[in-house]
Design a protein around this ligand. Structure first.
Ligand SMILES: *[C@@H]1O[C@H](CO)[C@@H](O)[C@H](O)[C@H]1NC(C)=O
Ligand SMILES: *[C@@H]1O[C@H](CO)[C@@H](O)[C@H](O)[C@H]1NC(C)=O
Ligand SMILES: *[C@@H]1O[C@H](CO)[C@@H](O)[C@H](O)[C@H]1NC(C)=O
Length: 526
């Protein structure tokens, strides 16, 4: 019975691995090692890349926007990359599984040429994308480190499990090796085990705290409104973000030809292409058009067409109708709305390099709107001193810690990956308000919550609003006990496996089967 299952396994794994369904000619030991090594490395590489994709998924909108500005065509490029990566990773892992079955059944490991070609493709694909990230978005790498920090305790448990599972293979080699190789194998194995067992000493996640110490939940700021529920930077979007209970509207301001500040993120060449119904490349600057001209454009249809967040299907027919009617708002529209709802406004000034009077005209519009000055979070750093004179009531928000300290400020707004978790809690202890952008995923929001962030700018206010606690919070003492117990049980299991493999070999050698079989066994094992 068992052997039939074995045969079946063997048949499939051999068939898949080498496309040979029958016993093949002998392969030397080096060849088998190499084959196993290649498959293992490919599995690790593809898994690491998938992990990186998972980290970057918080910023997938950035990725798509950058590619849109290059290719002038909207698509969910990120999703395509993730799907291809997931397929490649599953394929590599399946192959590794078959390789391990082959090893367990003392079979050959002839890697079929088709697998080799796919491996080459996989390496090229990942290298190309990784260098793309390095050149176009190097700020994404710290995000991966942040995810590492968030998942480190669980990765360590996984690594201990994997080490325990793989140890019999190492022990087997060890028992068969000559004295000198024995020392090398033992040395390497002990070093790797020690590193995996002891790495929790280096793990510092902000969520390793007592539940009572958990800071207040960060407030939410709507990034261009609620862009998953309505077209970004439209009045409908700000209205919907209000339903999430945001404390502020985040937006982007540019000035039209007739000096009216209006709301739009994209600037420079083809700035209308992504969000409005202009589809020819004829406008390269916000100052090319008057606000009256801009006002005639439709700012909603593109959202229904591109479905940038895959959320259009969640909208009712009535909501879709409202989307279709959206136009480009002026800053004044938003200020009136913010004033009415006692909600703050924070914005970036685009095109600030080319237009000298943008700051002046924007401040003038704000003052004329009659909005209480303390509802304005002033972010643009250029001409800050002038703004301080013109509008002493604005709250000044700084873009980095140096600038904050220099100006003795009380509000900081940085990208989440540009600040250490520990610095967030240190700044909060000094009553400095810390806002992080753009935070969309639960794992990231959880980390920043534990770290004590005051607020986050988000695309997904409707999802983060629902969270009642971080994904996980664990007291340090509980974690300490857990990892020590996990390490000890793993060590005990490995000791048992060590003796078992030794006993097994001796049994094989002493058994009725003769030396000849032992020899065959020796040569067959990689
Ligand atoms: C506006 O909100 C702030 C706090 O968010 C509150 O202190 C203030 O009283 C509110 N003002 C009005 C007019 O409701
Ligand atoms: C901090 O921000 C200011 C103003 O934007 C800028 O001039 C300065 O170079 C920044 N410093 C660092 C270290 O990034
Ligand atoms: C921070 O604010 C709290 C309450 O508003 C106050 O009790 C505390 O002394 C302040 N801490 C510092 C360092 O200013």
């Amino acid at each position: 019975m068992l052997c039939q299952v074995c045969l079946c396994c063997l048949f499939f794994s051999r068939g898949f691995y080498s496309c040979r369904w029958t016993e093949s000619n002998n392969q030397n030991r080096k060849g088998r090692w190499l084959s196993l090594l290649v498959v293992t490395l490919m599995s690790l590489l593809s898994l690491c890349w998938l992990y990186i994709c998972f980290a970057i998924s918080n910023d997938q909108q950035n990725v798509n926007e950058v590619l849109f500005s290059k290719l002038k065509k909207w698509a969910n490029y990120f999703l395509v990359v993730v799907i291809i990566s997931a397929v490649l990773a599953s394929y590599c892992i399946l192959l590794l599984l078959f390789a391990l079955i082959q090893v367990a059944l003392e079979e050959q490991l002839h890697l079929h040429w088709l697998h080799k070609i796919i491996f080459c493709f996989c390496v090229i694909f990942i290298t190309a994308l990784a260098s793309g990230v390095s050149t176009k978005g190097p700020e994404e790498w710290p995000t991966v480190l942040t995810l590492l920090q968030a998942t480190a305790p669980f990765l360590q448990f996984g690594a201990v499990g994997a080490l325990t599972l793989l140890s019999p293979f190492v022990f087997h080699r060890f028992h068969l090796a000559k004295t000198r190789s024995k020392m090398v194998i033992a040395g390497m194995f002990l070093a790797v085990s020690a590193a995996i067992f002891l790495c929790p000493l280096l793990i510092h996640s902000p969520c390793l705290i007592e539940v009572q110490e958990l800071p207040e939940k960060p407030k939410l700021i709507g990034h261009r409104g609620a862009p998953m529920l309505a077209p970004e930077n439209t009045m409908m979007s700000f209205n919907r973000s209000l339903e999430c209970g945001v404390i502020a509207f985040e937006t982007d301001v540019q000035l039209s030809k007739n000096r009216t500040p209006f709301l739009m993120h994209d600037h420079g060449p083809d700035f209308l292409l992504r969000t409005t119904n202009v589809n020819s490349s004829s406008f390269n600057n916000s100052a090319d058009l008057t606000f009256e001209q801009l006002r005639t454009l439709n700012a909603g249809e593109q959202f229904l067409k591109n479905d940038p967040y895959g959320t259009v299907s969640l909208l009712s027919e009535e909501e879709k109708e409202t989307v279709r009617k959206q136009t480009i708002p002026s800053l004044l529209d938003l200020l009136d709305f913010a004033k009415q709802h006692n909600t703050s406004v924070i914005f970036d000034l685009k095109n600030k390099e080319t237009e000298k009077n943008d700051t002046n005209d924007t401040v003038k519009t704000i003052l004329e709107s009659g909005i209480p000055q303390n509802l304005i979070f002033w972010l643009p750093s250029k001409e800050r001193s002038v703004v301080k004179e013109q509008a002493p009531g604005f709250i000044h928000v700084y873009e980095n810690e140096t600038d904050l300290e220099k100006n003795n400020g009380s509000h900081l707004n940085v990208k989440y990956s540009e600040i250490k978790m520990k610095n967030i809690s240190d700044l909060r202890k000094r009553n400095i308000t810390v806002n992080l952008y753009v935070v969309n995923e639960r794992w990231l929001f959880s980390m920043l919550w534990c770290a004590g962030a005051s607020s986050v700018t988000t695309n997904a206010c409707h999802l983060l609003k629902e969270m009642e606690r971080p994904d996980w919070v664990m007291p340090r003492s509980t974690y300490l006990i857990t990892w020590i117990l996990v390490d000890i049980s793993s060590a005990l299991v490995m000791m048992a496996l060590f003796h078992w493999t030794k006993h097994n070999l001796r049994h094989n050698a002493d058994g009725p089967s003769n030396d000849n079989e032992q020899e065959v066994f020796l040569t067959r094992l990689p």
